[in-house]
Design a protein around this ligand. Structure first.
Ligand code: SF4
Length: 381
């Protein structure tokens, strides 16, 4: 294909193309193949903001690219910086929807981690999650997923070392695009698979499919309850994929990858924080190579609207008593650490309590800010 005949093609964004796809592109344009490496480096290593910055391409080449391609599918519309330097980004997508990403500083590793989104909204509907409340809108394309990392690096001029798929959406319900994005993150952005974590609510068939890919990523499971009844309330997809099947898929994942699994457990006062639950959890994960991350619940509803934090009340009448009448709130610190001690002693596994980040901007991964809903609605007007 020559330059003149490429004008009506549908491909719009350079960001999100692999090196192989770029080679194929320049070949079609009858450009020398080294230009593919140059473009690849500008996009993924130098994190440029415009095609005009590709200064080792001729003005004619840049003009051509400018006329036929856009660099990035995301537009930064809002940025908030927390007192602890956590940064929350709001990105506008083609079509008006908006998604968020968060950059956090990892003191232990002296490096930065990006928490990224894989869908607009989410169909799973966990009652403690702001994203779940807006329902599913659409899947993100691989380019839109990867561009969150590039956009953060572009903005901060600092490299991201770790990526966690814990933002908006259930990544395993957008399997193909997420897999493509993980390969791009690994091969093009240059973040090793061992520094990528995918967090899922437990989509059993796709956990097994992912296991068969034998990637060296970390799999994190949002378990949140050791028993079926409580889990069905906290993670409704559990009705479709019961705990027994989920555990079987986790053992399968470990067998295939030999990667230790992370069990995530959001601590909710009076719902899943009892010592009995710690014992049940310990029994459930027996024989599984895993570590457990306890996440003290971070109330976020209305936090930005009223300028103060408050709690979410579950009002859905279909939820069984006593949960329907309870406020979701964080357990007292002492109870969290009692739970941790019992779980640690009984299971013999490593148990950590997640450190809160970005509280003042409601930026904790997996519970991205409620203000997103308002911005999403604005974006769709
Ligand atoms: S916690 Fe995750 S899976 Fe559950 S509704 Fe929120 S984004 Fe979806």
């Amino acid at each position: 294909m020559q330059e003149a005949s490429i004008k009506n093609r549908s491909l719009e964004y350079l960001s999100g193309l692999t090196e192989t796809q770029l080679i194929s592109l320049v070949t079609k344009l009858q450009w020398p193949s080294f230009k593919a490496q140059q473009i690849h480096s500008w996009i993924y290593k130098k994190c440029i903001s415009s095609i005009d910055e590709m200064t080792d391409l001729s003005v004619k080449d840049r003009d051509f690219l400018n006329k036929n391609y856009k660099l990035s599918p995301l537009e930064l519309t809002q940025k908030q910086i927390s007192e602890d330097k956590t940064i929350k980004y709001l990105w506008k997508l083609n079509g008006g929807n908006q998604v968020e990403s968060v950059r956090m500083f990892l003191e232990d590793h002296d490096s930065y981690s990006a928490c990224i989104s894989s869908q607009v909204g989410c169909a799973v509907g966990c009652p403690f999650c702001a994203t779940g409340k807006i329902g599913f809108k659409r899947n993100l394309k691989a380019a839109e997923i990867v561009d969150q990392i590039l956009g953060i690096q572009k903005d901060t001029k600092e490299r991201i070392s770790n990526v966690v798929f814990m933002g908006q959406g259930e990544p395993l319900l957008n399997y193909d695009e997420v897999l493509t994005a993980m390969n791009l993150i690994k091969d093009s952005v240059g973040i090793g698979a061992r520094h990528i974590t995918l967090s899922t609510s437990g989509i059993v068939p796709n956990i097994k499919k992912l296991a068969d890919e034998k990637l060296q990523i970390t799999l994190a499971i949002s378990l949140h309850a050791p028993d079926q009844r409580t889990r069905e309330i906290l993670v409704p997809i559990s009705k479709k994929y019961p705990i027994s099947e989920l555990m079987e898929s986790l053992h399968y994942y470990y067998e295939k990858t030999k990667r230790r699994i992370t069990i995530e457990y959001v601590m909710l006062d009076g719902i899943n924080d009892q010592i009995e639950k710690a014992k049940e959890l310990s029994d459930l994960i027996k024989g599984l190579h895993c570590h457990i991350n306890l996440i003290p619940y971070n109330p976020i509803e209305h936090s930005e609207i009223k300028g103060q934090r408050s709690e979410i009340r579950i009002q859905d009448s279909h939820l069984p008593s006593p949960i329907s009448d309870l406020c979701l709130k964080r357990p007292p610190r002492k109870r969290i650490y009692n739970f941790k001690d019992v779980l640690e002693k009984r299971s013999g596994k490593k148990v950590t309590v997640r450190k809160e980040r970005g509280v003042d901007i409601a930026a904790a991964c997996g519970q991205l800010a409620n203000i997103f809903n308002k911005n999403l609605e604005k974006g769709q007007e």
